[in-house]
Design a binder for this molecule. Sequence first.
Ligand code: APR
Length: 262
Amino acid sequence: MATSGNGQVWALEQAADLLISCRYVIAMTGAGVSVESGIPPFRGPGGLWTKHGEPPLDGYQRFLADPQGYWQQRLTAPSEIVQALAQAQPNAGHYALVELERVGILRYLITQNIDNLHRAAGHQRVAEIHGNSQLLRCIGCSRRFVKEAIAIALEALPPRCPACAGIIKSDTVHFGEPIPQDVLEICVRETREADCMLVAGTSAVVYPAASFPQMIQEQGGDIIEVNLDDTPLTPLADCSVRGRFGEILPTLVELVRTKLTA
Ligand code: APR
């Protein structure tokens, strides 16, 4: 139920009322929430896949076939997104979500983003379903490491796990790679517990993340969408606010704060 003008005011009011009245609110975010932090989205105008075409769906199998080549590429020719990630800082929208967590309204945040910006903004309860670009993960024992903990040298690739000697890769989930079980279990647990989901900055077309709002709807919960454009989720949403994440979320949180102190 996309809106404009008075409809937009109504949708913001509706969203604020739902955030206050619902028992267990969680959120799910996508690339759109980091566009105002200088990281391009994947789809739509200015999207990485729009510019360069969708990546091969067997990225993980290609990694397994040649982990040394993967690391050489990564260390010698960092991609456009790796460069954007290096510069990015949280925007006002990220901090507004932290405020919703701080006042006890937002119970958990599921993000499809690998950019670490929710954590950098101070968010505590976060599940990164596609991994975190600042972390490394062993494909043998699934342990995660901060980059500094793993010796990475061009002459000794791929890097190895200090615990099990397994091959180390970025924690980010490649196309064709199974979602790490520990993160998936948290996402399903929190979605089952929730009666309201705030969905922001995602085209809602990539699974399993796109199934979580559907689960909320199937279990009788409410969906609040904040996005620049309509998505397949818009018809399912109880209210859908159009606009930039970094502008809409602070406005929404201010409205919640006003209603809570009224
Ligand atoms: N504020 C709010 N929404 C925005 C903004 C903004 N400033 N800029 C763009 N958007 C919206 C777009 O309209 C689009 O609907 O954000 C959405 C971004 O969609 P995608 O680029 O498809 O990103 P996402 O949904 O996160 O992609 C899911 O696909 O390629 C994989 O692993 C990758 O995690 C990613 C997954």
